[in-house]
Every structure is written in structure tokens, then in C-alpha cells.
Design a binder for this molecule. Structure first.
Ligand code: GLN
Length: 207
């Protein structure tokens, strides 16, 4: 397989932790590849896959518009580039976005992942928590999830595969080239989700 070129959208949020997790996963799987932070539109042209990290979805959306990244990002993902949206990244990718406190929001989002997401479902920053998560990656497996002002997926379309639930909340999904979680895997030492994401890239690149 050729060298993989993986980007982490570097507008705001957990960029560095995601870069480290991807590096670790490349090494563990023995794939050759590079990981870089993405701030400019021109950097998107040669990407094989992108992580949109957790942070604040309204800020990431506004600034990526301002930096002319939003439309190209949308086109690339719509054309099949693998993307992993984490927390705010999940919100940004979703079709329908509501907020637990204010209901319907007018925030900019990409309309690509066929889910209805509720922002801040698990409460404010002070109610952040860590939980064991059962998730179907290639097989059912257990990982740890860190939830920080995390969203919950309330409805998922028929092409969306539900990978994990916590009580009644859907917290991880896959729709073709889109992987998304409402929790932060980069804040744990467990890189299983990154390995899974890299296997999505590998599949698409070897076609
Ligand atoms: N609640 C944040 C938002 O709406 C997401 C929080 C996170 O990414 N940890 O963007």
C-alpha cells in the first residue's frame, strides 16, 4: 500500500492528541504514512483521510468557512474521503442538529451524516465523565470513552450503522466513509478506534 496521508483539522480543539493517536496506530499496524495538521484549503488536495477533532462545533464551522475550508471539505467527504468526526466533529458532519437547552440551532453543519444529533446532551463541562463503551469495530470490543459536553444521536437513517450505544443514546456510528463518535478516544491510551479508521482508509486506497 502506498504512503497514507492523514490530516487532522486544526482549527480548534484536540488536535495534538489526535495526531499522536494516529502516529501510534500507524506504527502499531505497520503502515507507512504521515499525519499533519490542516489549516489551509490547499492542504486538502492530497489527503487520504481526515479527523475532525472535538472542540466547539460552532467555532470549527465558522472558522473553517472563514478560511475557505468548509466547501472543499464538504466536497471531499461527499466524494468518499474517509473522515472521523469526534464529538464536535460528529455535530459538524450531521444532517440535523438540535441543542439540549435551546432546541433547534441555526449553526452551520455539513448535512452529510444522516443522523439527528442533540448537542450537550450529557450536560455541561463539569458533568464530563469516563465510561466503558461496548463498540462494534470489526468485532464487538470494549474501549473507554471520555464524554465532554458530549452529544447524543437521537435518530439514525437506514444507511447508518450503529456501532455503540450508552443506555438509550447512540454514541458511535458509521455511514460508508464517515465514522463518528460522541466521545473522545484521543484522551485515552486505547487506539482501537484509530486502527479501525486506518483500516477504512486502507480499504478505500487499495480499491
Ligand atoms: N458541545 C460541543 C459542541 O457543541 C462539543 C463538545 C466536544 O467536542 N467535546 O460543539
Amino acid at each position: 500500500m502506498s504512503n497514507l496521508n492523514i490530516g487532522v483539522l486544526s482549527i480548534q480543539g484536540d488536535v495534538h492528541e489526535n495526531i499522536l493517536a494516529v502516529k501510534k496506530s500507524l506504527q502499531k499496524l505497520g503502515y507507512s504514512g504521515t499525519v499533519c495538521s490542516i489549516n489551509h484549503e490547499y492542504q486538502l488536495s492530497n489527503l487520504d483521510g481526515l479527523i475532525i477533532p472535538g472542540g466547539e462545533s460552532t467555532t470549527i464551522a465558522k472558522l473553517s468557512m472563514k478560511r475557505y475550508l468548509f466547501k472543499t471539505l464538504y466536497d471531499k467527504i461527499n466524494n468518499g474521503m474517509p473522515v472521523f468526526g469526534i464529538c464536535a466533529g460528529l455535530i459538524l458532519l450531521s444532517k440535523h442538529v438540535n441543542d439540549k437547552n435551546i432546541g433547534k440551532t441555526n449553526q452551520i453543519h455539513m448535512d452529510l451524516l444522516d443522523v439527528e444529533v442533540e448537542r450537550n446532551y450529557f450536560g455541561r463541562q463539569q458533568y464530563s465523565f469516563e465510561s466503558d463503551v461496548e463498540i462494534i469495530l470489526h468485532n464487538p470490543t470494549k474501549i473507554k470513552g471520555i464524554f465532554i459536553r458530549a452529544p447524543s444521536i437521537k435518530k439514525a437513517g437506514k444507511n447508518v450503522q450503529i456501532l455503540s450505544k450508552l443506555n438509550d443514546s447512540i454514541i458511535a456510528v458509521r455511514q460508508n466513509n464517515i465514522l463518528a463518535t460522541s466521545f473522545h478516544p484521543e484522551l485515552t491510551h486505547d487506539i482501537k478506534l484509530y486502527e479501525y479508521f486506518l483500516s477504512m482508509l486502507k480499504k478505500i486506497n487499495s480499491k
